[in-house]
Design a protein around this ligand. Structure first.
Ligand code: MRU
Length: 353
């Protein structure tokens, strides 16, 4: 698997997800502003990957900072954190990663660290966030694979794969783990209008791994379920509220309603960094509205006439009552989520070395 994002010391390098699958092009970001632009313009996307990119962008910005004293260093650091926080509003992993960087900086500053020590601490924290994400995906995969029967056809929406994380994936991590256990699995990948993460990215990843993949347009999912062609659904998440409501790519709610109607299990796979206990329910989750052009055009080709109004909410909220279970790296949460999620979040983790 090609790496989604890499720390190169003087640059952060990411595969340009806007260009896949037609071309495998890498973008080299040399400043924090370039990383922020890459997040905003979806060179890199997917909740955990956005968090990793922001952390690396902050570390990069502070590596390039000319600050000589800690006071000036911390002022510049705050500005870069604000820049990253303004890139995309829905995925809570972004804010979670920025918080981790803030705590790392504060701890080093409190300990009387020099500017060089603060830089080093931030770099180490960004790399730790990256590595922990891969480990989380692997653990999530192991838990989630227990929910996948042999010879299952799994429907997924958007891309919650290696490209959306530091590697391996959340929803696609569950699928990969099931395949690694020797289960026969076929995947139905919703194309995921308007950005086409399913057709372009999920299908690209899975085909590369030799996993049986069929791309369908979003409006085919209901008919497939009615025909008995779907055994389970597994999707990722951008933010999970304390009550288990799930924000994910626009169209996820439609899939969840269809799954319930057809008595098909609907699973969400996400790391604990996606669980936001400070947000009581889905109505409080900010939903990003993106540019009209993503809807009116495919590439350079215009589909809709000039003058038509356009809506482009990038995410929707699936109420907890539609979610069969939430797979995390710490185990599987079942309803009532207000209790099961709080219990998983509260599990004490070994202290970082
Ligand atoms: O707009 P995107 O492509 O960043 O949206 C991505 C999704 O909605 C994913 O399903 C979600 O981030 C989970 S990724 C493991």
């Amino acid at each position: 698997m090609l790496p989604t994002i890499e720390w190169k010391g003087d640059a952060v390098v990411m595969i340009d997800q806007r260009k896949l699958p037609a071309s495998e092009v890498y973008v080299s970001c040399r400043t924090a502003a370039e990383v922020a632009r890459a997040i905003r313009t979806m060179v890199i996307r997917g909740a955990p990957a956005i968090g990793v990119a922001a952390a690396m962008g902050i570390a990069l910005g502070m590596r390039k900072s000319r600050a000589t004293g800690t006071k000036q260093f911390v002022t510049e650091f705050q500005k870069i954190c604000d820049l990253m926080a303004g890139t995309r509003p829905t995925a809570v992993n972004l804010f979670w990663a920025i918080d981790r960087m803030k705590r790392a900086c504060a701890a080093a500053a409190q300990a009387g660290g020099s500017v060089a020590e603060l830089r080093q601490r931030l770099e180490a924290e960004a790399l730790r966030i990256h590595d922990e994400d891969v480990a989380s995906c692997r653990a999530m995969g192991a838990h989630g694979a227990t929910l996948v029967p042999d010879a299952a056809t799994i429907l997924t929406h958007c891309n919650a794969g290696a490209l959306a994380t530091a590697g391996y994936g959340t929803a696609l991590g569950v699928i990969r783990a099931a395949v690694e256990q020797g289960k026969r699995v076929a995947v139905l990948a919703d194309e995921t209008r308007p950005f086409l993460q399913g057709a372009r990215l999920t299908a690209w990843e899975l085909v590369k791994d030799g996993i049986d993949t069929t791309v369908i347009t979003d409006n085919m999912a209901g008919a497939m379920m009615r025909q008995g062609s779907v055994d389970l659904v597994v999707v990722g998440a951008d933010r999970i509220a304390a009550n288990g409501d799930v924000a994910n790519k626009i169209g996820t709610y439609t899939v969840a309603v269809l799954a319930k109607e057809h008595r098909i299990p609907f699973y969400v796979a996400a790391p604990i960094s996606t669980v936001d206990l400070d947000t009581p329910d889905g109505s409080r989750i900010p939903i990003e509205e993106r540019a009209a052009r993503e809807v009116t055009h495919i590439g350079a080709a215009r589909l809709a006439p000039d003058g038509a109004r356009v809506r482009n909410p990038a995410f929707d909220v699936t109420p907890a009552s539609y979610v069969t279970a939430i797979v995390t790296e710490r185990g599987i949460a079942r309803p009532p989520y207000i209790e099961s999620l709080a219990a998983l979040v509260g599990i004490r983790q070994p202290a970082a070395s």
